[in-house]
Every structure is written in structure tokens, then in C-alpha cells.
Write a protein that binds this ligand. Structure first.
Ligand code: NAD
Length: 249
């Protein structure tokens, strides 16, 4: 991909202060884009990115944060809806309060951010939205009922948004990472009696023998956001080290 595809592209990345979002923000910056990170704790954003502190679970605060990002960048061409939180357990594990919280951060926040960004995206000649789903949206992961429900919703919402905004020339796609070595996984591992053994087991379960890196997911996000990718909309790309497609090996 020629670098000039990204020169001056105005990108907002939610959850861009850690893990996949940080790697994505960094990659866009390397390619010459202008980036604003929206995060609960934005100070972890890569150098060179604008930062806006926000709880994406709060609609008025999110709308204001997107407007602030548009001011800082002079508009918005690309929205990367990446922020998300984990939830572990079978169908008995999470109470209604937790269901509401995780749905709000993982699903509704993407609708909040995208609807606030829509007037800017409509004015852009390179408009794209990339939503972070997960192979949990279709792979039947063990003890991830609530998390999987949210990611299935992200996947379905991506298709519906792509349909609605086709006339606006706003492309909407999603990425389905497998197990990515980020702080998100570190926190999840702390829930196991032996986190070190569990990490080794996680690596061993990958067809490639190791977890996916945040940088590998970032590469797919920038690919989907490329203005040259003008015919790619309403689809998903897995970045899972073959975890799903090669499961019968
Ligand atoms: P991470 O925990 O490393 O980073 C998430 C970021 O989102 C953090 O900076 C956090 O502060 C921010 N955030 C969380 N809640 C927020 C809120 N309410 N408002 C604003 N910011 C908030 O996570 P990660 O592993 O980089 O995951 C990023 C995305 O990728 C998530 O949507 C996750 O579900 C998805 N994903 C991760 C994996 C994995 O294995 N790590 C796999 C598949 C999908």
C-alpha cells in the first residue's frame, strides 16, 4: 500500500491507549495519518496522537468527545471502534448489571461513536468504519457467553451499518481477532489459578504456536481503512493465526 494513501487521513481510535488500539494508532501515525485516541485513560496513546479522555459508556460524554476529536483533527475520515472489555463465564456467571455494562461498552459505544461521527464521515471522501469484533462472534468459545453475545452483535451491526451507509459512501467492516497478546489477555489470565501455565497453554493452542500480536491486527485495520479498498464493505477479516479455519487439523 503506498504511503500517500494515508497522508493526512483523520482517524479516531477508541481504546487507543492499550493493546490492539494502541498498535493501530501507532501504525496509522507511521503511515502519515493524523490520529486521535478516545480512551478512559488516554495517556497510554502513542506519541504524536491527540488524546481525548472519555467513558464510552456515557452517551453525552461520548458525543462531546467525538466532537472534540473532530475539532483537533479538522474532521474525521476513519472511525476505529476498538474499545472493549472482557467477560468470563457460562450463562449463569453474569448478573443483569454486568450484562448491561458489557453490552454498553462493547456494543452500544460503537453506535454512540459512529452516530456522533456520521456528519463528519458524510463529508469525507475516504470514509471508513472498522469495528473490532472477535472470533467469539462465531466460534463458540468456552465460558464466554456474555462476551460472545456482544461480539456477535458487533458483527451483525457492522453488516447493517454497511447497508445503511452505502449511499453515503461510508464503508463499514469488522475484524475478528483470535487470541491477541495484550493487557486484555493478561487480565483474563489473572482469573486462572496458574496464569503462567495458562498463558503457555494458550500459546500452545494456537495453530502457529503463539498468540497473535497487536501489530498484526493493526495491519488488517489499516488495510480495511485504506481509501484504495473502496469496494470492501460489509465484510469481516479474521486475524486468528488459523485458530478457526484450521480447527480440524
Ligand atoms: P486492552 O484492554 O489492552 O485495551 C482496551 C482499551 O480500551 C484500554 O485502553 C481501555 O482503557 C479502553 N477502554 C475500555 N473501556 C473503555 C470505556 N468505557 N471508555 C473508553 N475507553 C475504554 O484490550 P485489547 O486486547 O487491545 O482489545 C481491544 C479490542 O479487541 C476489544 O474490543 C476486544 O474485545 C477485542 N479483542 C481482543 C482480543 C484479545 O485476545 N486481546 C481478541 C479478540 C478481540
Amino acid at each position: 500500500m503506498p504511503l500517500d494513501d494515508y497522508q493526512g487521513l483523520r482517524v479516531i481510535v477508541t481504546g487507543g491507549a492499550s493493546g490492539i488500539g494502541r498498535a493501530t494508532a501507532r501504525r496509522f501515525l507511521e503511515l502519515g495519518a493524523r490520529v486521535c485516541v478516545l480512551d478512559l485513560r488516554p495517556e497510554g496513546a502513542p506519541a504524536g496522537a491527540e488524546q481525548v479522555e472519555v467513558d464510552l459508556g456515557d452517551r453525552p460524554a461520548t458525543t462531546a468527545a467525538v466532537e472534540r476529536a473532530a475539532e483537533l483533527l479538522g474532521g474525521i475520515d476513519v472511525v476505529v471502534n476498538n474499545a472493549g472489555i472482557s467477560a468470563v463465564g457460562d450463562v449463569t456467571a453474569n448478573d443483569d448489571e454486568e450484562w448491561a455494562r458489557v453490552l454498553s461498552v462493547n456494543v452500544t459505544s460503537m453506535a454512540r461513536v459512529t452516530s456522533a461521527a456520521l456528519p463528519h464521515l458524510r463529508r469525507s471522501t475516504a470514509a471508513a468504519v472498522v469495528n473490532m469484533a472477535s472470533i467469539a462472534s462465531y466460534a463458540g468459545l468456552q465460558e464466554r457467553v456474555l462476551y460472545s453475545a456482544t461480539k456477535g452483535a458487533v458483527h451483525a451491526m457492522t453488516l447493517a451499518m454497511a447497508t445503511d451507509h452505502l449511499p453515503d459512501r461510508i464503508r463499514v467492516n469488522c475484524v475478528n481477532p483470535g487470541t491477541v497478546a495484550t493487557e486484555f489477555v493478561d487480565r483474563m489470565l489473572q482469573g486462572f489459578p496458574d496464569p503462567v501455565a495458562e498463558r503457555a497453554a494458550l500459546d500452545a493452542r494456537q495453530p502457529t504456536g503463539r498468540m497473535v500480536t497487536p501489530e498484526e491486527v493493526a495491519e488488517t485495520v489499516v488495510f480495511l481503512a485504506s481509501p484504495r479498498n473502496a469496494s470492501t464493505t460489509g465484510t469481516s477479516v479474521a486475524v486468528d493465526g488459523g485458530m478457526y479455519g484450521l480447527r480440524a487439523r
